[in-house]
Design a protein around this ligand. Structure first.
Ligand code: MN
Length: 254
């Protein structure tokens, strides 16, 4: 993908909205906040990358999608009608996204990191789950989650049952992550940072942009190379903005 920015235009990045969690009321408040953010940036936006875990759970049945999120989806639809490219990535919570958003709104959905060139700067963008060393337990789980047969079995459960199970599971994995203090900065053991350094040895990127960690980070990968983690929107409301020269992390304050 190649983007050439006109003067005063910028590219925006955000991840880990976790819409739907932890309950309907809290999620609705967050959804409204995201919409206000999108409204604020839309005049400047040359493109908007939503880098995974947009939904706390998402699954596309053959004829059914999960209820809810209608205001968020309408806002995205409005941005698309204005001609603003919106790019989705799946995260570990919504990896069951298929072609619904592509067919309805012309939004590409990526399941793995992609290379994007913006004003001759090279960016590697992805959610970040399952990359780098370690996290063997999740990597095994991802094999089950992405297995066609397992997905087929899940699809045959009635959505009222399947989605309830998935939401319970999603909530419990979040709580156990908090208990393990997964969200704390791990210093040189930050495995996504290690992943960036490994890639950089073979191929240069000016910017590595990931989500998944729920921890806003800006770390040097090498000479003229930075790793940014976008943080999350459950309590921090952080996003990335690139104007063609500088990448910055910002907080949506209103
Ligand atoms: Mn997440």
């Amino acid at each position: 993908m190649n983007i050439q920015l006109s003067p005063h235009k910028k590219v925006f990045f955000a991840s880990d909205f976790h819409l739907g969690a932890p309950d309907h009321h809290t999620s609705k408040k967050r959804e409204d906040k995201i919409i206000r953010w999108l409204h604020e940036i839309e005049d400047d936006a040359a493109a908007i990358f939503l880098v995974g875990d947009i939904f706390d759970f998402w699954f596309e049945y053959k004829t059914v999608i999960p209820k809810g999120f209608i205001k968020f989806i309408s806002k995205i639809s409005q941005l698309r009608d204005k001609g603003i490219p919106v790019i989705f990535f799946t995260g570990n919570h919504d990896l069951w996204m298929k072609d619904y958003f592509t067919e309805e709104l012309g939004i590409p959905v990526y399941h793995t990191p992609i290379t994007v060139e913006i004003n001759h700067k090279k960016l590697l963008i992805g959610h970040g789950d399952g990359l780098g060393p370690g996290d063997k337990q999740y990597k095994l789980l991802k094999k089950v989650f992405t297995n066609k047969f397992c997905q087929g079995l899940f699809r045959w459960l009635h959505p009222d049952i399947g989605i309830r199970i998935a939401q319970k599971w999603s909530g419990s994995s979040r709580i156990s992550n908090q208990a393990k203090n997964e969200d704390a900065f791990k210093g040189k053991d930050e495995w996504l940072w290690q992943y960036c350094k490994d890639v950089e040895k073979k191929m240069h990127f000016d910017y590595y942009v990931f989500g998944h960690r729920h921890l806003p980070l800006s770390l040097e990968v090498g000479d003229q190379s930075m790793y940014y983690n976008l943080g999350e929107w459950v309590s921090q409301y952080t996003y990335g903005v690139f104007d063609g020269d500088n990448f910055q992390l910002a907080i949506f304050e209103e």
